[in-house]
Design a binder for this molecule. Sequence first.
Ligand SMILES: [Zn+2]
Length: 502
Amino acid sequence: MKTKTILISAMALLLAAASIAPASAQRRQMQMTDEQKYLDAMHRNITSDKLFGYVEQLSDSTLEGRLAGSPGMAKAVNIVENYFKEWGLKPAGDNGSYIQEFPHPCVEVFPGSTMEILFPVYGQKRKDTVWISKSYPWADGWFAGGMTGNGDITAEIVYAGFGVTAPELGYDDYAGIDVRGKIVLVEGETPNTSRNDDTLRMWYDHTLHQTKLNNAVAHGAVGLLYLWVPGPNAPYNEGFVYAHVTDTVVNDIFRGTGRTYAETVKKIYETKKPQSFHTGKKAHIRMNATYNPDATGKNIVGIVEGSDPVLKNEYVIISAHLDHLGMIPYHIAGANDNNASSAALLGAAEALAKSQVKPKRTVVFLSLDGEEAGLTGSTYYTTHPLFPKEKVKAVINLEQVGAGEMLSASYPYNFPDLPKYTEQANDRYIHRILFQRESRYVTRPRTDGVVFMKAGYPVLDIRAAGGGYYHHPKDNPSSINPEILQSATEWLYWTAIMIADE
Ligand SMILES: [Zn+2]
């Protein structure tokens, strides 16, 4: 009986203490200025440790490199969606869900895909020629093509420069060569070296991977070696196989031809004349791939509603792509590209969702799909907007914010006031070296931010600078600098608040 009384009074004391603590915390909160409340939410929720945890979670190999439309990407979507749910963000996708879904065919590439070069060793007679095969290490020599067809081919390699056929510009890499049944070796971009806006526009279509691959197919080639970083940003052509190669492989292909690769490209740039030729080497490309025409892409959309009854109908959108390259045919984590940015988006989302004070305007968290597959998620959003475009005060898009030690932002030339927010946020709270530049976005778009710029949105396309790897297995969590990731997240957080509260 006595023991019970003591227990009860001890519990009463505990309860009393418990009810005092939140009251004093609440009082402290009430005495805080709005700025202090934002700072409080930032320090509680945006820590380098937590952000790095998101990067690791999204970089896990069970997510299979997060290819748009693939089962691995579905797992990544689930992770982000669950965080939005847990923190109480309001869903703003299709039919009251967090998801904006759209058609997104994809190719899954599997191990068993290989690429090797065959070199001739000539005998006395032509029929005595023996072909020696050389294989190269994955990543440092080759990657599977992201949208390759399934197949196994061995054919002669024809060097076709930039793979461009541009009669309107008087330039054709395929003139005078026959590539029917052959494998072409081409590289990215075009022979144009001018940075003049009008000239860039004239060559624009020929810079696209889509144009190059379709051009090779149109000329009857059966396969392609592409000197360019890997990615699924390409058209699917049934049975047409291709692989990305590095300059190690290209230099080998040029061996014994009396030319070098470096001199040949230089000659094209200087003369604006193609230098295509039959290399006398063969390639054996085997791609173990399946095409899924019915796959779908998924943008994830959650909001923190504005606190002002009128201004809450205006928006600041924070976007970052969640997808990456998939298995080509092995895993690339894409820790910096773009899990660091997804982590920053999540960090800012949690802090704002839990902050005691909310910005006047609504902040939209938009996790995009399909950037690597040709900016498909941002393109779908801009053509199927979920918020009225004229009510969007800014889109802050994040790319690769997890490596290096500096910050950078680009903004459209027709919105010259935008960089003042990023500058103020950095000057006041972050203190990193910051580069800002105006963009006229006339070259091939490399970020979702540029897609929004082209659609007429006021965009801050932000990234970290000074380190990191790109589309390579070394872009894994060990290359992430958690300090710059935290800085970039805090910078994003304050930039968004400044615009949303003004
Ligand atoms: Zn990216």
